[in-house]
Design a protein. Structure first.
Length: 110
């Protein structure tokens, strides 16, 4: 867990300009939009699933991972994405995440 915190600190510090030795790598990624929401695939070679952290902050999906090297990425999310719907799975160096769109609440409209 401390390694994940370190990767997060490095990711946030990289806003001031990354340095080759301290900056986590940006993973190869693919994001697709469809009728059921957004599907993300990240390649995280050498990263065990227990070393991956995902969370939504200020309209972006944040990913930090550590293993044979550290990875960090911030992906802006569409405003229609429901952060509470975030589901993800990581195995064999591949992280897959899904976000659904907000669902209208009929009780709130009444």
């Amino acid at each position: 867990m401390e390694a994940i915190r370190q990767a997060i600190r490095q990711m946030l510090a990289s806003r001031n300009g990354p340095t080759p030795d301290s900056s986590p790598r940006r993973p190869r990624r693919q994001m697709e939009a469809g009728p059921g929401g957004w599907h993300l695939r990240l390649e995280l070679p050498g990263v065990p699933p227990e070393s991956v952290a995902l969370w939504v902050s200020h309209g972006a999906l944040m990913v930090a991972a550590t293993g044979s090297c550290a990875y960090a990425v911030r992906l802006p999310l569409p405003p229609e994405a429901d952060p509470a719907s975030l589901r993800w799975h990581c195995a064999h160096g591949l992280l897959q995440a899904h976000l659904a769109p907000y669902q209208p609440n009929p009780e709130a409209e009444a």
